[in-house]
Ligand binder design. Structure first.
Ligand SMILES: Nc1ncnc2c1ncn2[C@@H]1O[C@H](COP(=O)(O)OP(=O)(O)OP(=O)(O)O)[C@@H](O)[C@H]1O
Length: 507
């Protein structure tokens, strides 16, 4: 079904019959897509539906096998990413590219001319001011002189957005830019995007957060299995309508909230933390019982990820004590932590998530090199079989378990990484943004898996910027503010509104 707005202006971008295969995977099977000036057009679909492939072709990263792209009515073929940018199309990809050792400002202005003084010298003060102000409009306050590698994944994402806007594009394509942003940051970003739209910029907005689409988009195009299944005006639609198009059947109650009772706390907690700190975080006290799912909520750079990294051996803690099942423990690395049954799943799957040179199955079993060896002999068949079983249970969409991780769409990479913890001997699971970039159907699967792991007695501490996620999953939610945990919500008191209200009230 295709519903077009009456008397729509001529498209600034018209894509027809776009097709692309990767080996035997037909990522796009003849897709049409139109974008008009001054609209925000959402592009949605399950993980692996073909959204990023469409965007990568527009960006000149992939050559299409068939189809046509017209800009302002003129056929174009972008051979290199630079061509698209020169044609007035700006991109923010799921994992933006940066030069890690250059400063935030230099990355922000990459490829653009610098402000110069009379003698031709770069006016660094003006450059940094420009960068600082652009980031502040997106709610990010950082020193623009810092090397960009010091920024967190979501801060870098904001720099990528500011960079794309700075190039004054006619078309701006945003691929999953809010995946790890907290609510106030999302609001600032969506405000900025709406302003660009009002100034006539045409925006393609890819997101798995349907709620955002209803906040800003005019139209939505749904892709499924490499085909366009609908282009609809957003006004008058419900989330369930869009979800139905995405999954191709009645979506069921994907948004249901499980009744989660608070776990009685008489027994020795699986994790007990007292007075933990590292300078920026201080006096952190918390407990997680076996079988309990505890959430961590905070605004912006509240320290959620830092805390998880400290507990998972990825960052040093200078003060405090960590007890696992009542036994004091300390670990110097994630490997150390893993040996004690503590697994950290970070949000940055690109840098510490997977090994590109290994097939999917070895990425799934990566943390457990000794599990499949018997008297020093590796049982590769069993290892591969178990990995395949775990990936299948999580619905990882892949050409084969032997394929490379780079053959997976972003959300499927996330699920493949998650499959690790389904197979391994874990006592405490630390999850940072576990459904980053994952489609709504798969989210429900991941939630079920997390609940299943908790039911097996694993203690789970989960940080999420998606408050609905905490609401759906957690027995308790801890509120992290000013470098410490200053309140908690439990059981039925955990609602998105209440978490947000408490966090904002505490500002
Ligand atoms: N470089 C590649 N090599 C092989 N297969 C690929 C490659 N890139 C994408 N694919 C496959 O093409 C299909 C479409 O992937 P694409 O990344 O476009 O999906 P997507 O809709 O963006 O998903 P997500 O929401 O997970 O980001 C998937 O089946 C994916 O495995």
């Amino acid at each position: 079904m295709t519903v077009m707005a009456d008397r729509a202006p001529p498209p600034i971008l018209a894509v027809t019959g776009l097709a692309k295969a990767f080996g035997r995977t037909r990522a796009l099977k003849g897709v049409d897509f139109e974008l008009v000036p001054g609209e925000i057009h959402a592009l949605v679909g399950e993980n692996g539906a073909g959204k990023s492939t469409l965007i990568r072709i527009l960006a000149g990263d992939h050559a299409p096998d068939a189809g046509e792209i017209r800009l302002d009515g003129v056929p174009v073929r972008f051979a290199h990413p630079g061509d698209a940018i020169a044609g007035g199309v700006g991109f923010v990809h799921q994992i933006p590219a940066f030069v890690p050792d250059l400063s935030v400002s230099e990355n922000y202005l990459l490829g653009l001319p610098y402000d110069r003084r009379r003698a031709g010298l770069i006016d660094w003060r003006a450059v940094h001011r420009d960068c600082r102000e652009a980031l502040a409009r997106l709610g990010l306050v950082v020193d623009p002189r810092l090397p960009i590698r010091h920024l967190t994944a979501h801060q870098r994402q904001m720099v990528a957005v500011a960079r794309a806007i700075r190039r004054q594009p006619k078309i701006l394509v945003l691929d999953e830019v809010t995946a790890s942003l907290s609510e106030p940051e999302v609001a600032l970003l969506l405000g900025q995007i709406s302003r660009l739209k009002r100034s006539g910029v045409a925006i393609v907005y890819v997101s798995h957060r349907l709620e955002e689409i209803f906040r800003v988009a005019n139209r939505v195009t749904v892709l499924r299995d490499g085909l366009r299944v609908a282009t609809l005006a957003v006004a008058g639609l419900t989330t369930e309508d869009v979800a139905r198009h995405i999954v191709g059947s009645e979506a069921g109650d994907l948004f249901r909230r499980e009744e989660v009772a608070t776990i009685a706390g008489d027994a020795t907690p699986r994790l007990a933390v007292a007075g933990l700190g590292d300078g920026r975080l201080a006096g952190i006290d918390l407990q997680v019982a076996a079988g309990e799912i505890v959430g961590l909520a905070g605004l912006g750079a509240s320290g959620r990820s830092r805390l998880l990294r400290m507990l998972g051996g990825a960052a040093p803690c200078r003060e405090g004590r960590i007890l696992l099942d009542g036994v004091p423990c300390s670990y110097r690395s994630t490997r150390d932590a893993l040996a004690q049954g503590v697994a950290l799943v970070t949000e940055d799957r690109n840098t510490d998530g997977y090994v590109e040179s290994l097939p999917i199955w070895q990425n799934v079993t990566l943390p457990w090199p000794h599990r499949f060896s018997h008297f020093g002999v590796l049982d590769l068949d069993r290892e591969r079989r178990e990995a395949a079983g775990a990936a299948e249970r999580l619905g990882v969409k892949m050409p084969s378990i032997d394929a490379s991780m780079t053959a997976l769409s972003g959300g499927n990479q996330q699920k493949a990484i998650f499959a690790r913890w389904v197979t391994g001997p874990v006592r405490l699971l630390l999850l940072d943004e576990p459904t980053h970039g994952v489609d709504i159907g798969s989210k429900a699967q991941i939630y079920d898996i997390v609940r299943g792991l908790a039911a097996r007695g694993i203690a789970i501490l989960v940080a999420s910027s998606e408050l609905e996620e905490l609401e759906a999953l957690c027995h308790r939610v801890l509120l992290l503010r000013g470098g410490t945990i200053d309140a908690q919500l439990a059981g039925a008191a955990i609602t998105k509104d209440r978490i947000l209200h408490n966090l904002l009230a505490a500002q």
